[in-house]
Design a protein around this ligand. Structure first.
Ligand SMILES: [Zn+2]
Length: 561
């Protein structure tokens, strides 16, 4: 996602999160599996269960904010647990059925605890009837002209305010939405439209429509959304043909309020080109369609699978940036189709979306625009206090909103840029494609990416991922050089500051000789406080200029002594 105010600093401008702590219920689950049966690393969020599918039926009100819902979950038990714990904040729970049979359940303000002693075998269904006014997650508002609007806005763990489920990115599932709403409200959701039918009018009630959408690819709960508002449809066509995973073409559209209809296609004229570029670089578009919606998300944009929500304000100001569309579109591959299994690896989502936005600039604006953009982003990273104090993979951070920072976005994106410089374009993109294809419609951690690029480049990369992602900071480099007339070579001295320790990186050096001819060479700078390196270029006479890192490929500060 992207912040609503300053795209440069995604954490600014985002309103504070509803402090719904994703508390662990490990102690509440009775695990009869032997100790140590779980995989190493962070504890699984809900060990022993895997939700495969959600069928969610919602009745939306004519006015007010009270909803009635029924969620039917298809669940698989992966270890002999005897209780299923579902997240659901505050709403009333009317009944719970397991395999169609009512069961006694325990309710706290944040979870429903469901006994599984009736279940024989590993697969079962759970049906929860519930209702009330969601405190968050489904944002219900009446706009200035009196129109009722409702939009899902779940990141990171706010889906639990309106959907009972396992609200963690490690558990992805398919979803079917069935929404009954007053006529005149367009209902849009993830996946493919399966039905949009007027319902027989009931006495004393306004005419209603039932709308059904089906997402056949597993997605995390934070991406499961509906929109219900008086939106109008704008068809962007079916360009990008041959680029879709589902269809021969990728259908794209925009949904806006009627008064914004004449703004379109506006920046969305470039949406087809973005899908084409990312499909070409990585893999076919992963979902049934891609809709872009004017919404009430708290973020500038939110990458809900197949249905990107943008903040209302950017539409009303008619100032929506194409870069924002590129960022949210790139998330469909990275974040949505391949989801970080742990929140501390959120850079696999935000760093990728940030860098792919820059790749779109590279494609449309050329090399100099691309490099200027990377220099601008490098300045942001160097100035950010969290970059100096915390690593990108921040396992100590428990406030999920604070993970939306310069580390996850800009430094994560810059790390991909340096990885590309290190292994070269061919191995970089082959590695990204194999990482994507191996983890598509599933989840991944940073080591999955490391292994994929090690495979494509044939080089061990543990040191690279450790120094850029598991340590705070950036390189602080002081360079000097002298001309050795006897050898006809330039001898460079590279000193590194002590604040963040020394880094290892390839460094391009540009040398302009006395005749004005420019040549380049790349040297390997070791992770040491000071190194003296002979530049592998023969130079006649003292060069006119020697420039270090001319193309902005090292995340660091450069001072010439
Ligand atoms: Zn994002």
């Amino acid at each position: 996602m992207t912040s609503s105010s300053t795209p440069a600093l995604p954490h600014r401008g985002a309103r504070p999160a509803a402090r719904i702590v994703a508390f662990s219920v490990l102690s509440c689950l009775t695990l009869t599996a032997p100790a140590g049966a779980q995989v190493a690393g962070p504890h699984p969020y809900r060990p022993g269960v895997d939700v495969l599918d959600y069928a969610i039926t919602l009745d939306l009100p004519d006015r007010g904010a009270s909803i009635d819902g029924r969620a039917v979950l298809a669940v698989r038990r992966t270890a002999p647990v005897d209780t299923l714990v579902l997240d659901l904040v505050s709403l009333r729970v009317d009944s719970v059925l397991v395999n169609g049979q009512p069961v006694p359940f325990a309710r706290t303000d944040s979870v429903i605890r469901i006994p599984l002693w009736r279940v024989v075998g590993d697969s079962f269904s759970v049906a929860v009837r519930y209702g009330g006014e969601p405190k968050d997650g489904l944002i219900i508002r009446t706009d200035s002209t009196g129109r009722w609007t409702g939009f899902g806005d779940n990141w990171p763990n706010r889906a639990r305010n309106w959907i009972p489920g396992v609200d963690h990115p490690s558990d992805k599932a398919t979803v079917t939405w069935t929404v009954r709403a007053p006529i005149g409200r367009k209902v849009v959701a993830n996946g493919e439209l399966a039905e949009e039918t007027p319902l027989p009018t009931q006495a004393g009630s306004s005419p209603r429509t039932v709308t059904r959408w089906r997402e056949a690819r597993p997605i995390p709960m934070y991406l499961m959304v509906i929109a219900a508002a008086p939106l109008v449809y704008y068809d962007l066509g079916r360009e990008g043909c041959g680029a879709g995973e589902f269809d021969a073409c990728v259908r794209q559209s925009v949904y806006v309020y009627p008064e914004l209809r004449d703004y379109l296609p506006g920046p969305f004229a470039q949406a087809a080109g973005m899908v084409r570029l990312f499909s070409e670089l990585i893999a076919p578009f992963p979902y049934e369609k891609l809709a872009h919606l004017q919404s009430s998300t708290r973020y500038g944009g939110m990458e809900n699978a197949g249905a990107i929500f943008y903040s209302d304000a950017a539409f009303r100001r008619r100032s929506l940036r194409p870069g924002l569309i590129a960022h949210e579109t790139a998330h469909q591959w990275f974040g949505d189709a391949v989801t970080e299994r742990e929140w501390s690896h959120v850079w696999l989502s935000e760093g990728f979306a940030t860098y792919f936005e820059k790749l779109w600039i590279e494609r449309t604006g050329g090399d100099s625009a691309f490099r200027a953009e990377l220099r601008r982003v490098r300045e942001q990273i160097i100035k950010a206090p969290e970059v100096a104090s915390r690593p990108v993979i921040d396992t100590a951070q428990t406030d999920l909103m604070k993970l939306l920072n310069t580390n996850s976005y800009q430094k994560g994106g810059w790390t991909l840029h340096m990885l590309r410089a290190l292994v070269g374009d061919s191995a970089f993109f082959r590695g990204l494609r194999s990482y994507y294809l191996a983890n598509r419609h599933s989840t991944a951690l940073t080591d999955d990416l490391r292994r994929a690029v090690e495979g494509s480049s044939g080089r061990p990369l543990g040191w690279f991922f450790d120094q850029w992602l598991r340590r705070p900071g950036f390189a602080e480099v002081t360079t000097s050089w002298r001309y050795d007339a006897e050898q006809r070579r330039i001898v460079a001295t590279i000193a590194q500051g002590a604040r963040f320790g020394a880094y290892r990186f390839p460094l391009t050096v540009s040398v302009t000789d006395g005749t004005g001819r420019e040549r380049r060479a790349t040297i390997d700078v070791p992770a040491s406080a000071s190194s003296t390196i002979v530049i592998p270029l023969e130079v006649d006479g003292t060069p006119r200029t020697v420039t270090f890192d001319p193309d902005a490929r090292v995340l660091g500060t450069f001072v010439t002594r």
